[in-house]
Design a protein around this ligand. Structure first.
Ligand SMILES: Cc1cc2nc3c(=O)[nH]c(=O)nc-3n(C[C@H](O)[C@H](O)[C@H](O)COP(=O)(O)OP(=O)(O)OC[C@H]3O[C@@H](n4cnc5c(N)ncnc54)[C@H](O)[C@@H]3O)c2cc1C
Length: 477
């Protein structure tokens, strides 16, 4: 897929000069290279176009900018780190409103276990802020050095600790949002209990910038934990799922991460990054990266060792290594997090972000492999990810040979096969990355008419002029 917007529509002169006066040279940018970068997402595959990048430095500037946009009918594409994967934060003719100048930590309340940070801060900054207060902010994912809090809220991001702590929505206590009316909703609050009507923050989590511009958020904090990490070898997907249940039977909610990794994914990483070592070379087809977290490291290690001892006895694990230190645990994670990039080095891939009930994963993998083979028999399947949440990143790959063009030609058929099987297994074709423009039409076809009508009603009520990320998530034309 390679969709290019034409050229950016010109902005009204009065709007341009007013925006430039409002935001100054650091906040209003028309430099060609910067516009190009803003319109090019991390993964490539498509690109957009924008006439300008606006970078408000405060909520006040954001409000004034939105009011100018309303006055002149200028559409807005909010952008954070531009790491999203569904063509939602890439501008297609709208001005790109980058939040990256708004990174202030407004408040940390360790006794209340909460912190309030502006939307342009990265996830790593949020994690470090929590650590500085002897607390833990559990959201973690591969793009955490670049992805911003506003983007992570707007995509309701998941990541590697959802099993224990939930998705971004579950970590939110309050929000500050510039609405499409130009008003500010000041919903920042550290309260856990606050039943005072519709819980508005949940409207904006996962809205992908279609309902307003998030400027700051209050998050839950947790006690600090120490982690024990294991790299495991399993003979089958059935064993992986039984292993998850066994570890949780023993370790309960202290299981923080449970990532399923195929042996061919490890091979792709090693071919791409020769300095990476396979922790346990083995002929079996599956690896698992499992983490248990407790207040003390020896307690976490003890729980993990006992759980794995039982799993060995039950024949669910063929080989295992528990990390001796943080460096070794980091090596395990480096393999896991490198799979997306190494797939690109291997050749081309058609990628999917799906979820099915955890219990159905083995049968799903089998059925999907058959369905994909009917369309493209030579596919190298790489299915990996947050299996503890039932979430798989399912890719059909082809090496950089003549096969590349064949897979590209059949990409839509491959996706149709993967999505049809996902639905047949009671799953979702958008597990954690969101909808954007990429999945909007397909989801509109399969979502219930009542749900689509409700979503359209919300969008029209909040953004009657369709200025915020038009064409993402839901089409109201
Ligand atoms: C290597 C890699 C690994 C990843 N791993 C995971 C993973 O494990 N789990 C997962 O869930 N996702 C994952 N992602 C995708 C994830 O969705 C994004 O990384 C992140 O959530 C988007 O943050 P961002 O700041 O880059 O937002 P952008 O990409 O800039 O924008 C994403 C969306 O949010 C909107 N938006 C951004 N800021 C605001 C704001 N302040 N107000 C309103 N709307 C806004 C945009 O308009 C767009 O719709 C991964 C991505 C990469 C590249």
């Amino acid at each position: 897929m390679n969709r290019h917007a034409a050229i950016a529509p010109p902005l009204p002169d009065l709007f341009r000069s007013a925006a430039r006066d409002l935001l100054g040279p650091k906040g209003w940018i028309e430099d060609g290279e910067i516009l190009k970068a803003a319109a090019q997402p991390w993964r490539g595959g498509y690109s957009g176009v924008t006439p300008a990048v606006a970078r408000p430095a405060s909520t006040g500037e954001a409000v004034a900018l939105v009011k100018l946009c309303i006055e002149h009918g200028v559409a807005i594409c909010p952008q954070g780190g531009n790491t999203g994967l569904v063509d939602a934060g890439t501008p297609h003719g709208e001005i790109s409103v980058s939040m990256t100048r708004m990174q202030t930590v407004r408040d940390v309340d360790a006794f209340n276990n909460s912190m309030t940070i502006e939307a342009g801060a990265t996830l790593v900054q949020a994690q470090e802020t929590a650590a500085g207060a002897e607390r833990f902010f559990p959201l973690s994912l591969g793009s955490e050095g670049t992805a911003t809090l506003g983007g992570l809220i707007s995509t309701n991001a998941g990541g590697v600790a959802v099993l224990r702590y939930g998705m971004m929505r579950d970590l939110l206590l309050g929000l500050e949002v510039v609405l499409p009316s130009g008003e500010v909703w000041s919903g920042l609050s550290g309260l856990r209990k606050n039943n005072t009507g519709y819980d508005l923050k949940h409207l904006f989590a996962g809205a992908e910038g279609t309902l307003g511009l998030i400027t700051a958020a209050t998050f839950k904090l947790f006690p600090k934990v120490q982690t024990a990490s294991a790299w495991l070898v399993c003979n089958s997907a059935e064993d992986v799922i039984a292993l998850l249940a066994k570890v949780r039977d023993h370790a309960g909610d202290t299981v923080t991460s449970f990532e399923m990794i195929p042996a061919n994914g490890v091979e792709m990483v090693r071919a791409d990054m020769p300095d990476i070592r396979d922790p346990l070379p083995h002929a079996a087809p599956w690896r698992v990266l499992c983490e248990v977290s407790l207040s003390r490291e020896e307690m976490a290690r003890d729980v993990l060792e006992t759980a794995l001892g039982e799993a060995f006895e039950a024949g669910l694990v063929q080989d295992a290594v528990i990390a001796e230190n943080l460096g070794q645990a980091g090596d395990f994670w480096r393999i896991r997090e490198s799979i997306p990039l190494s797939k690109r080095a291997f050749g081309t891939s058609v990628n999917h972000d799906v979820s099915v009930p955890v219990s159905r994963i083995p049968a799903f993998l089998e059925a999907t492999a058959v369905a994909v083979a009917e369309v493209y028999p030579a596919a190298e399947i790489v299915a990996f990810g947050h299996v503890g949440d039932g979430n798989l990143h399912y890719s059909a790959c082809a090496p950089e040979t003549g096969e590349t063009s064949i897979l590209r030609e059949r990409a839509d058929q491959v996706t149709a096969a993967v999505h049809a099987t996902t639905r047949a297994f009671g799953g979702s074709i958008s597990a954690e990355h969101g909808v954007g423009r990429l999945k909007r039409d397909e989801l509109q076809e399969i979502r219930s008419p009542a749900a689509t009508a409700t979503m359209k009603a919300i969008k029209r009520a909040l953004d009657p002029h369709n200025l915020f990320n038009p064409g993402r998530v839901i089409s109201v034309d």
